[in-house]
Ligand binder design. Structure first.
Ligand code: PMP
Length: 377
């Protein structure tokens, strides 16, 4: 199979699976149990994973809270801030191209007395930091702007936006789900208060992710209402028995992402450049969406005039090739991202997303490119 839908999910790396397996077999202890060895081993494994992800992010291990993924992380941060800081203000700023786990969360809050400002994007899907600055008000408690977009690959200047918010004493959250393992992430340089990510986007398992909660903004125990009330796991931010095997997988995937970052990002850039050069030469009137330089390497959003993207995806699927006509999380709806970028309904129907994996070989890429061109014709 030729898999070109890595923005939807990625293959679990062999080393990740190997690291996880003992915690599904003999090391099955509950990380919160006391005194005996397998509980201690589970706890050590969880703390090791916390250090691995903290190292990747240049953060401190106690700033990491494990979740079931980025959807939960986005819900936890946004609802947690809203619940804990409502007395300070009820205004939230976000952008019109966020993932649905942000947009539907702020929509939910807007039905409960919060006011939401949706920042527009330019034709590349990028938010202007000046628009963010202009939208902040004395009653703004949170700005949530994604780092990299899952449909078109455009990145935002979250560094400037985080600084603007920091200087105004407003929390800044960024969904970094799509950039992990592809762009360097240094949370000492990026002054975000909160960051969310998900393991399955960078060769970890599904059903696990984490949130970063900056300590310096909030003191040692930030006052965020948990999304899941329960036991005292994760400093009381998230009740529930820790999914040790998944957390170990996230940690290992983070270690590999850090180790291979430069090589992977070079390979993704080269693969993406090779593919786009090939397609430009072969397909008339092809258009590449998203920002030409501020982008995640390896995500290509393509619009072709005569194309029916859904049919193309089905045609390629019959050949055992996977691409996508939009985000897997918004099936059946026309893309809100492309709409916000000013695309007509017709242009949205003519757009496909191809997302690469760094391990793809040039022969596979060439084979894929040939099939894609045949399908486009
Ligand atoms: N945010 C972004 C930008 C994403 O691409 C995704 C996955 N499509 C999510 C959040 C949701 O992640 P998860 O599958 O871990 O809930």
């Amino acid at each position: 199979m030729l898999y070109f839908d890595n923005s939807a999910t990625t293959r679990v790396a062999d080393e990740v699976l190997e690291a996880m397996l003992p915690y599904l077999r003999e090391e099955f202890g509950n990380a919160s149990s006391k005194h005996y060895a397998i509980a201690r081993n589970a706890r050590d494994a969880v703390e090791n994973a916390r250090s691995q992800i903290a190292a990747l992010l240049n953060a401190s291990p106690n700033e990491i809270v494990f979740t079931s993924g980025a959807s939960e992380g986005n819900n936890f941060i946004i609802k947690g801030v809203a619940d804990s800081y409502a007395s300070k203000g009820k205004h939230i700023v976000t952008s019109s191209v966020e993932h649905k786990s942000v947009l539907n969360t702020v929509e939910y809050l807007s039905q409960r007395g919060f006011e939401v400002t949706y920042l527009p994007v330019d034709r590349y899907g990028q938010v202007n930091p000046l628009d963010l600055e202009g939208a902040l008000r004395p009653d703004t408690i949170l700005a949530s702007i994604m780092w990299g977009n899952n449909e078109v690959g455009t990145t935002n200047d979250v560094f400037t936006m985080a600084r603007i918010c920091e200087s105004r004493g407003i929390f800044f959250h960024t969904d970094a789900t799509q950039v992990i393992g592809k762009l360097p992430v240094d949370l000492q340089a990026l002054r975000a208060t909160f960051v969310t990510l998900s393991a399955h986007k960078f060769h970890g398992p599904k059903g696990v992710g984490c949130c970063y909660l900056r300590e310096s903004h909030l003191g040692p125990r930030p006052n965020l209402t948990p999304l899941i009330h329960g036991g005292s796991q994760e400093q009381g931010y998230r009740g529930g028995t820790l999914a040790v095997h998944n957390i170990v997988g996230l940690g290992k995937a983070a270690e590999l992402a850090g180790r291979d970052l430069q090589e992977n990002s070079r390979r993704l850039t080269e693969g993406g450049d090779w593919l786009s050069t090939y397609l430009v030469a072969e397909v008339r009137q092809i258009r590449f969406n998203g920002h030409p330089s501020d982008r995640i390497p390896g995500i290509l959003s393509i619009t072709v005039p005569e194309l029916n993207a859904d049919l193309l995806v089905q045609w390629l699927a019959a050949e055992d090739i996977a691409v996508s006509s939009g985000s897997a999380c918004s099936i059946g709806e026309p893309s809100h991202v492309l709409k916000a970028m000013g695309f007509t309904k017709d242009e949205i129907r003519r757009t496909v997303r191809v997302s690469l994996d760094a391990s793809i070989r040039r022969e596979e890429l060439a084979c894929f490119a040939e099939h894609l061109v045949k399908a486009l014709m």
